[in-house]
Design a protein around this ligand. Structure first.
Ligand SMILES: Cc1ncc(COP(=O)(O)O)c(C=O)c1O
Length: 460
């Protein structure tokens, strides 16, 4: 173990400090507090010099993988590069407080107004609420709106929501949290929603359907117009999970496809940093007839995650109306380029032009080697692994989403490594089974790490 890989508590030495304050409280004219606000016993914090602190955090940051350190093709997560100008612009709002008087927050309101109009134009919805702080939070908000809408019409029997079997896990989870019963509609062998399976599910108890388009296999749901008419005819509404909006930017609009309510993941499509649980923003947009219900669910305090909204605003403004249309097309091109380049080495279950992402079902010739082994080996080559074992439709799913921000050279380097790993799997499977070999942590028990994380230092 390197010296600076130790925990800060282990580096601590009594009395060591990174700064010094005057020994005596400064009294009336100074800033140091006097009297009962002083602690009587010192806090049990690590005691370190400034270089120790800087090295500790710098080393920690280097143990991590981010879109600023390398290619991050995590399917379904749109890990596009976050332009640094977004950060510069958001810093202009440092110090704004949600309780400030309205007269002093004109700039803040201008950002919200602009975003409402811009997102309405991009999606074909009428208006947005910016309260939800994540995609799943947006789903819950949107479903609450749908429920409000049916209730307001006295249509109280609509307690079921249809969700495709390819859906992201948050869709059925949000529906359940909203108190709706989930009814699953099957996909056809070509990966699209089976309209024939859908028809018998429709009836007076259906509140609506949740769909993402392109779906989680990266395939455009070509029957969406027919699905929209069928659901509307039965009195239901269409919810659009806009987490997959990236390939459609400036090309097609959910509103024109027939969707009534949707969320966007600003932290994906609009280039704001995410991962590790936040911060996010999942604004919800609605068609005209749902506008009266838009601000009913109070799902967060104040006005949502304003910092994320400013970053997304900076992204939209810096690309502009014409260039934003290129993002979706380039992300689609990049995904198809990788898919076609690798389909001899990896099993492609659905041969079709994809949108921004696609799914392999593991290695073409896998033997003992699993998708997990491939993902772990990729880390040795300095690439983040794609999403694995999702969607659940395939046993060895490997879901790749390159995004539009990667150069051809990066895509080629990734393709070369993926071919190399396929050759290693045939020649030396043990090398993959024991990977990664070059990372600080190799194969933790992920269930224990997720469910019983040790977040607190305790002296042995
Ligand atoms: C298709 C889809 N829907 C919903 C979500 C949920 O978004 P969030 O993680 O912001 O809650 C995701 C996240 O990856 C997604 O890929």
């Amino acid at each position: 173990m390197r010296y600076y890989d130790k925990l800060v508590f282990e580096l601590s030495r009594p009395g060591r400090s990174a700064y010094s304050l005057p020994a005596e409280p400064a009294g009336e004219s100074g800033f140091a507090p006097v009297g009962p606000v002083w602690r009587e016993t010192p806090l049990d914090l690590p005691e370190l010099s400034e270089p120790d602190v800087v090295r500790h955090y710098t080393n920690l940051s280097q143990m991590n993988f981010g879109v600023d350190t390398g290619f991050y093709p995590l399917g379904s997560c749109t890990m596009k590069y976050n332009p640094k100008i977004n950060e510069e612009l958001v810093s202009l709002f440092n110090g704004v407080h949600p309780l400030q008087p309205e007269s002093s927050t004109e700039g803040v309101r201008a950002v919200y107004d602009f975003m409402d109009k811009a997102l309405a134009e991009i999606t074909g919805m009428k208006h947005f609420t910016f309260l939800p702080c994540a995609g799943a939070h947006g789903e819950l908000t949107g479903l609450m709106l749908i429920r409000e809408y049916h209730m307001s019409r006295g249509d109280t029997a609509r307690t079921k929501i249809i969700v495709p079997d390819s859906a992201h896990g948050t869709n059925p989870a949000s529906a359940a949290v909203c108190g709706l019963e989930v009814v699953v509609v099957k996909s056809r062998p070509d990966g699209l929603v089976d309209v024939e399976d859908l028809k018998p599910l429709l009836g007076p108890d259906i509140a609506g359907i949740m769909m993402t388009n392109p779906n989680t296999l990266g395939l455009f749901e070509r029957d969406i117009k027919e699905i929209a008419s069928l659901v509307h005819e039965c009195g239901g509404l269409l919810y659009y999970d806009g987490a997959n909006m990236n390939p459609l930017l400036g090309v097609v609009r959910p509103g024109d496809m027939g969707f009534d309510v949707m969320h966007l993941n600003l932290h994906k499509t609009f280039s704001t940093p995410h991962g590790g649980g936040g911060p996010g923003s999942g604004p919800v947009g609605v068609a005209e007839r749902l506008v009266p219900f838009l601000h009913k669910p109070k799902v967060s305090g104040f006005h949502g995650n304003f910092g994320v909204i400013v970053r997304a605003c900076a992204y939209i403004l810096s690309l502009g109306r014409e260039n934003i249309k290129l993002a979706g097309k380039l992300s689609t091109l990049a995904a198809n380029y990788i898919k076609e380049s690798l389909k001899d080495s990896y099993k492609l279950p659905i041969e079709s032009v994809c949108k921004h992402e696609f799914v392999f079902d593991g290695l073409a010739e896998h033997g003992e080697v699993t998708t997990l082994d491939v993902a772990k080996r990729l880390l040795d080559y300095g690439f983040h692994a794609p999403t694995i074992y999702f969607p659940l439709l395939f046993h060895q799913a490997l879901m790749i989403e390159p995004t539009e921000t990667e150069s051809l050279q990066t895509l080629d380097a990734f393709i070369d490594v993926m071919h190399k790993i396929a050759r290693e799997a045939a020649d030396d499977p043990e090398l993959l089974k024991t990977a990664p070999h070059n990372t600080p942590i190799g194969r933790p028990d992920e269930t224990v790490a997720a469910r019983q994380p040790i977040l607190k230092y305790s002296k042995q």
